[in-house]
Design a protein around this ligand. Structure first.
Ligand code: EPZ
Length: 426
């Protein structure tokens, strides 16, 4: 298993190119199941999660073409062509779904297109049990019959889905995306109330609209969809990854460096950058993206919330940045029940953190020291890298396959900015 070694104490300087958003790309790929024409997706990141979902889609009958694009600044991205003349299998098997819970996003499209789906329950993961009850209740509100059998969801709508009203008791990104795709081909009008407002949901709605869907209200908490008989192909550019951009911004601040994040956008990161500015980090929009620099960081309080609040996917990363600050910070996680797996590992590096239920009191210090640490989930693992950049001495992060799920060429991007970092194959 690969590991990453980092010798801390170097300021990050230069530029980092931000890739396409993983959490936009995954639902967009699932949308390929909704049409028998070709959906072309551009600016896809080179990530293992994308490959995992590709394998699942191919076994459903998607013909997938891929080409690499090397841009003038050396950035590499991928263009996928997804064409599904027929759905050849309506089953999403456990051995594929368990590798990545976002596979559950094929459920809505399969039921909408074929009237049937047998999708393995995704199971939990390190950050929580992560049920899919809201996905299922939403499909039932659209006329689907749902059964659970041997760890699988069986969803039936032999006469097709009917438009309906779905009121989410709390915000769910995945459930909003699954039901948005299902509603696009349902008969009649569907209203999604208390819908997720994340930019990745808006990006999906933009692509579905280009495919011929009739959607109003994406980006607000009420989305209305008029179902259509069929959807056509389209070409869509995946939005930049705001979580990757936020991650690198926090790494730059922790190293007291100065970096321009090429392709980053401030409009989907207002709350993130407001918190960082409050902590003393300088953030400025540039022609190419966002410039980030810091000489000093103070403690600030952070509470994760659905968009436009502070994203849970940046909670571990800002905690690592705040572990190097002058002063104390209260970090509260309100979305997932177990998303502090990075805390004991950060404490092994000398971070002063006390957990009180869903809140962590972080007392910053400039005396973090390198250590051998364990990655547990995607965002926890990158928070260890951020702390390692600021720590004195060497850190080795184990189980970096977690990193590869969500960060393309992380060590290359950081090394190009002066970090002393290398991947060690063991
Ligand atoms: C998406 O996961 C993201 N993944 C997650 O990013 C992100 O953390 C999360 O949204 C919140 O922003 C992708 O987009 C692929 P939810 P999702 O449904 O859709 C509970 C990363 O690091 N819930 O918004 O699974 C759930 O347990 C990943 O890139 C139910 O109870 O998240 C959680 O506590 C991690 N029942 C809360 O709602 C349901 O049916 C929010 O989950 C669905 C969710």
């Amino acid at each position: 298993m690969d590991r990453i070694r980092i010798r801390g104490g170097r300021r990050l300087t230069g530029t980092i190119r931000i890739a396409g958003a993983k959490n936009a790309a995954l639902p967009l790929m699932a949308a390929g199941l909704l049409t028998d024409e070709t959906l072309e997706l551009r600016n896809l990141p080179l990530l293992s999660d994308i490959d995992t979902l590709s394998n699942l889609l191919v076994q459903h009958g998607v013909t997938l073409t891929m080409r690499s694009v090397n841009e003038e600044d050396g950035h590499r991205s991928r263009v996928f062509g997804l064409t599904t003349p027929d759905i050849t299998s309506t089953t999403a098997p456990y051995d594929l779904v368990r590798k990545m819970r976002a596979s559950v996003l094929v459920l809505g499209p399969l039921v909408a297109r074929c009237g049937f789906a047998k999708v393995s329950l995704p199971g939990g993961c390190a950050i929580g049990t992560r049920p899919v009850d809201l996905h299922l209740k939403g499909l039932q509100a659209m006329g689907a019959e749902i059964e659970l059998e041997s760890g699988y969801v069986l969803a039936r709508a032999p006469q097709g889905l009917q438009g309906g009203e779905v009121v989410f008791p709390f915000v769910s990104v995945g459930a909003t995306e699954n039901l948005l795709m299902a509603a696009a081909l349902a008969k009649g009008e569907t209203r999604l109330v208390n819908a997720a407002r994340e930019p990745e949901v808006t990006d999906l709605a933009r692509c579905l609209t280009a495919m011929g869907a009739q959607i109003e209200g994406a980006g607000t908490d009420v989305i209305t969809v008029q179902g259509v008989d069929r959807l056509r192909g389209a070409a869509h550019d995946v939005i930049a990854d705001r979580i990757e951009a936020g991650t690198y911004a926090m790494a730059v601040a922790a190293s007291r460096g100065e970096v321009e994040l090429i392709g980053a956008r401030t409009d989907s990161m207002t709350t993130v950058f407001d918190h960082m500015a409050e902590a003393g980090v300088r953030i400025a929009q540039t022609e190419r993206g966002v410039a980030v620099s810091a000489d000093w960081v103070r403690g600030v309080d952070v509470m994760t919330e659905p968009f436009p609040g502070f994203p849970t996917d940046l909670q571990a990363q800002i905690m690592a940045m705040l572990a190097t600050a002058d002063g104390a910070s209260m970090v509260t996680e309100t979305i997932f029940e177990n998303r502090f797996m990075h805390v004991p590992e950060l404490m092994r590096m000398g971070a002063n953190i006390n957990l009180h239920g869903r809140s962590a009191m972080v007392r910053g210090s400039q005396d973090l020291t390198g250590a051998e640490v364990m990655a547990t989930d995607l965002r926890a693992s990158v928070s260890l890298v951020i702390a390692a950049l600021a720590a004195k001495g060497d850190t080795v992060v184990n189980r970096v396959y977690h990193l590869d799920r969500g960060y393309e060429r992380l060590e290359e991007k950081l090394a190009a900015c002066g970090a002393d970092i290398e991947r060690v194959s063991s």
